[in-house]
Ligand binder design. Structure first.
Ligand SMILES: [Zn+2]
Length: 183
């Protein structure tokens, strides 16, 4: 799996490219949260894949609810976020409190956001941001995301020290990390 970007119309679109041996045709999958995967035959060169995406640009942008998009999809996504945000905040704050007990890191603000491509982030000013969908992840994946961002309060990069901190509370982090998309 490779993460790639392509410009379609005015928008830069991120997608995950999977290449499969037995695959004969291009297959697109656009999930409700905007996660977009392309499965291509193993031998397909990247220019052929990109040409295909450009041909389908209109459809893709519609499904993704972008500028040229389907109003309803866009609206539903926004309503889902507004409806679930506070519940997600409660769950995430509770997990932060619990998982931060061994670290005792200090931070300023926790924001619950509706990001399309990332699960969470941590700013230099010690503010934590979480995607509201984190609350819906399976427990071990949810906790991994929380611990990952907490550890960025001390280590801003993904160096050896960072992963040692993560490992303190999530010894199986490597396995869990593979299951969810890169953060
Ligand atoms: Zn990170």
């Amino acid at each position: 799996m490779i993460k790639r970007k392509i410009k379609l119309g005015q928008q830069e679109i991120s997608y995950t490219l999977k290449k499969r041996k037995g695959q004969r045709r291009m297959k697109l999958a656009i999930y409700p949260d905007g996660y977009f995967t392309i499965t291509a035959p193993k031998w397909y060169p990247i220019y052929a894949i990109e040409n295909f995406l450009r041909e389908k640009a209109q459809l893709i942008l519609e499904k993704l609810g972008g500028n040229f998009g389907n109003e309803n999809i866009f609206k539903n996504k926004r309503n889902d976020y507004l409806g679930k945000k506070e519940e997600a905040r409660k769950i995430i704050l509770e997990r932060i409190e619990c998982l931060n007990q061994s670290y005792k890191f200090s931070f300023k603000r926790v924001a619950i956001k509706n990001q399309r491509t990332c699960w969470g982030s941590c700013s230099r000013n010690k503010n934590l941001n979480f995607n509201y969908r984190v609350a819906r992840l399976p427990n071990e994946e949810r906790d991994y995301v929380v611990v990952h961002e907490l550890c960025h309060l001390q280590e801003l990069n993904h160096g050896k020290n960072f992963w040692q901190l993560v490992e303190k509370t999530i010894p199986e982090y490597k396995k869990i990390k593979k299951k969810i998309r890169k953060i």
